[in-house]
Design a protein around this ligand. Sequence first.
Ligand SMILES: [Zn+2]
Length: 274
Amino acid sequence: MTDAAADGRDHAGALDADAFARLARDRGPALFRIANAVVRNPADAEDVVQEAFLRAWRSRDRFRGEGSPDAWLGRIVHNVAVERIRGSREVPVAEVEERWRDDAYTVEAERVVERAATVEELEDALIHVPADPRAAMLLHDVEGLPIAEVARVQGITEDAAKLRLRRGRMALVTALGREDEVFRAMEGVPLRCWDARRFVSEYIDGGLPPETRGALERHLATCPTCPPLYASLVGVRTALGRLRDSDRVVPAELAARLAALHPGAQADPGLSRS
Ligand SMILES: [Zn+2]
């Protein structure tokens, strides 16, 4: 453990107002990017960060130095953001997986990728993806966070984060392909389609062991239904990458507002040094 005075914790390990001010100043822009990746709107993202700082300040006594204050705050920002994006139009994960478990299920890849290339259609389809898998996918495929970082922000294991990412991508392809689902007959294809489809998400990220990769590639070479799904997953991921802001630097004015978020100072001016 580091020196308590150096990282702004009191004797019990709780964070003080100065530590909050430092976190707001140093980590505001990174926290904003997490929020913005999930809520997809800068004004909402700013609200999310502000709300997260207030919540963190109110529950600062519960922070007892497990992990870094930075990771703790990142999780709070993520949780506030995910609460905002939950909606009634989400298609349950079980419903999406039921389709993907059907060997005969596939989509028209060209139509899916074409729709994904239209920002409005892509954003509209995202609404159908359940909030937690959606956030995992947006943080990884749009914001570019590595899986380990997604897991840290979501407060789950890396395997659980990979599962969410896979479910998010499947749900997004299904939402984009809803109008032109195709069912084709199967004959003499090695490996069950569900096994192939489960592996495809990691295959895209280059995370499969060679044996599994070989089996998957042999499956894709002969299966009539999986290649369009695979092409759609790759195309949709590319389209998500284009949602990334061309200018990824948080504007100076916004950075200043984020740095001014001293919940400690707001709640008790006497504690602030500013
Ligand atoms: Zn297949």
